[in-house]
Design a protein around this ligand. Structure first.
Ligand SMILES: *[C@@H]1O[C@H](CO)[C@@H](O)[C@H](O)[C@H]1NC(C)=O
Ligand SMILES: *[C@@H]1O[C@H](CO)[C@@H](O)[C@H](O)[C@H]1NC(C)=O
Ligand SMILES: *[C@@H]1O[C@H](CO)[C@@H](O)[C@H](O)[C@H]1NC(C)=O
Ligand SMILES: *[C@@H]1O[C@H](CO)[C@@H](O)[C@H](O)[C@H]1NC(C)=O
Length: 514
């Protein structure tokens, strides 16, 4: 049953029952909003406004329980400029490349892994997803604002070339980036105004091609793992605001200079060597002047609260470290290693936990910021899709696990047979027992190999001695040869001389007898 309400000037309302679901369509000029639409009714809903398809410039599908939507469904809407898919339950890849006029896409609060957009895209809202890849079709000449907070981006290169050209605002807060190369944003060097990289895991910054961001106002690198403020930061020397608080900063390159446009600098929560910070402030006296006001703005107090030190340079805590760079860096490396291998000290672990908690709080705040009110029925449908998706993932994991186990089992049995372990009964052995036998056999083989290797090393030493002897012999022979050659040449020249004299004599005798 499909009923179409009477068309009013401002509001068109279509109600349809499809598989028991009722969707509502609201219209205001070229803006359309579809509510209470599900995967099974979305085609029908779109079909019902197809007659005025070319009039649709904005389509709002936010807050529905949609787990999929394709560019094909939206193909009739050739003038679509804004598509709002926020707060749905979209999974995996969302491919909207063929929507050639789409300028604004809102995808906040979904489960998307990969986004593909067309050449007209200017604004992408995609906070709170699972995105590890963004592809912007075309050359990317449009100025762009890209908001990707709380996703799974691990490198700037996860954004295609088109996405990294003419970018004005790029927000990658709460992603998984560990190194940054400003060179990857070279095509935005004269457009980029803000770059937000807060809460990643960045320990290294490069600047291939020495890019300078001439329009950059805000650079936020707070809550990362940087140990060194390198000269690469000069890519942002004209910023008005720089945030490096809560890193692992110890040293500052002597060449780091910020312009007098700087109005805000936050270096709290680091482990600076006092001399490095002092030197920085000597060279950047303007930064020192605004630092106190910056700390005041960030914390309400004019100085950073220090733990484990009473020393300061400007408003920031610092320490006098004997061999600062080496010691600290070795310590950081050790910590990293210890944490990865699970052997960290209590203190390290507490620090790590504190950082994780801060990150978690930031994630919660971001989710809160973009949360929208969704009616109970829709929320329930979304939850159902989420559970189904989780179930699917778990089933895949189980199937993968089972496959791996079976493959391993086969492999083990084959290996055992090849090694002639456990006699003919290898097929009856359980996996663990077989593994133990195989490991034992490998250990025996290793010991055997070691002794062979020792022998080989002995042979090798002997061989090298022989080679040295031969080389010496060769040198001696070569010298001898040269001497012989010299003797031959001198004999030859004597012979030549004699020949000349003989000829002269013959001539003289000839003329005398004539
Ligand atoms: C329709 O949109 C215009 C501007 O785009 C707005 O001013 C107006 O309030 C809207 N009307 C309704 C009923 O939402
Ligand atoms: C998309 O819809 C959400 C929820 O209705 C709204 O808060 C958001 O501003 C919309 N996005 C755009 C780009 O209009
Ligand atoms: C997020 O993406 C990863 C792969 O990048 C996938 O394994 C995982 O299931 C996804 N999580 C959700 C909630 O979609
Ligand atoms: C001796 O010298 C002549 C002329 O200089 C040369 O042509 C000839 O090849 C030499 N012979 C030898 C054996 O070096």
């Amino acid at each position: 049953m499909l009923q179409v309400c009477k068309v009013t000037i401002l509001l068109v309302c279509v109600a349809a029952t499809v598989h028991g679901g009722i969707h509502e369509i609201k219209q205001n000029g070229s803006k359309y909003k579809i509510e209470k639409v599900t995967d099974s009714s979305v085609r029908q809903a779109l079909e019902s406004i197809r007659r005025s398809a070319s009039n649709v410039k904005e389509l709002d599908l936010s807050g529905n329980p949609l787990s999929q939507i394709s560019a094909a469904d939206l193909a009739p809407f050739t003038n679509l400029e804004l598509l709002n898919l926020s707060s749905n339950v979209l999974y995996e890849t969302l491919d909207l490349q063929s929507l050639s006029k789409l300028r604004t896409l809102d995808l906040n609060n979904n489960y998307v892994q990969e986004v593909r957009v067309g050449p007209a895209l200017q604004t992408l809202h995609a906070a709170n997803n699972n995105i590890s890849r963004v592809i912007c079709q075309g050359q990317g000449w449009e100025k762009k604002m890209i908001y990707l907070m709380n996703n799974k981006i691990s490198s700037l290169l996860d954004l295609s070339n088109g996405c990294r050209r003419r970018v004005q605002h790029l927000d990658l807060k709460l992603n998984e980036i560990d190194t940054i190369n400003f060179g990857d944003l070279a095509d935005s060097s004269d457009s980029l105004q803000s770059l937000i990289l807060e809460y990643n895991f960045i320990f290294d910054i490069k600047n291939q091609g020495r890019v300078v961001f001439s329009q950059l106002q805000t650079l936020d690198l707070s809550w990362n793992k940087l140990a060194f403020m390198g000269a690469e930061l000069n890519a942002a020397s004209g910023v008005t605001s720089i945030n490096l608080n809560h890193n692992k900063l110890v040293l500052i390159d002597a060449d780091v200079v910020f312009s007098r446009s700087l109005k805000y600098i936050d270096l709290r929560g680091n482990g600076f060597h006092c001399a490095a910070l002092r030197k920085f402030f000597t060279k950047n006296s303007h930064a020192k002047t605004i630092a106190t006001a910056s700390v005041q703005r960030a914390t309400g107090s004019s100085e950073e609260q220090c733990t484990g030190t009473t020393l300061r340079s400007g408003p920031f805590c610092c320490e006098d470290l004997p061999a600062p760079f080496a010691d600290r860096l070795i310590d950081l490396k050790r910590k990293e290693h210890a944490l990865y291998s699970g052997h960290g000290s209590e203190k390290d672990r507490a620090e790590c936990e504190k950082e994780n908690n801060a990150r978690q709080r930031a994630i919660e705040a971001l989710k809160q910021q973009y949360s929208t009110t969704i009616d109970e029925a829709t929320r329930w449908k979304q939850e159902k899709i989420r559970l189904e998706q989780n179930k699917k993932t778990l089933e895949e994991q189980v199937a993968n696990g089972r496959r791996t186990h079976d493959e391993l089992d086969e492999e083990m049995k084959r290996t055992a047979q090849q090694m002639e372990l456990g006699g003919t009964g290898a097929g009856d052995q359980n996996l663990l027992n077989l593994l133990r036998l195989i490991v034992k056999r490998y250990e025996d083989m290793y010991i055997e190999q070691q002794s062979e290797q020792n022998n080989a090393i002995r042979d090798w030493v002997m061989y090298q001695q022989k080679e040295t002897q031969l080389a010496e012999e060769n040198a001696r022979l070569k010298k001898l040869n040269e001497e012989v050659n010299l003797a031959v040449a001198s004999a030859n020249s004597t012979l030549q001389e004699l020949n000349v004299r003989e000829k002269n004599l013959a001539t003289f005798l000839g003329s005398a007898s004539a």
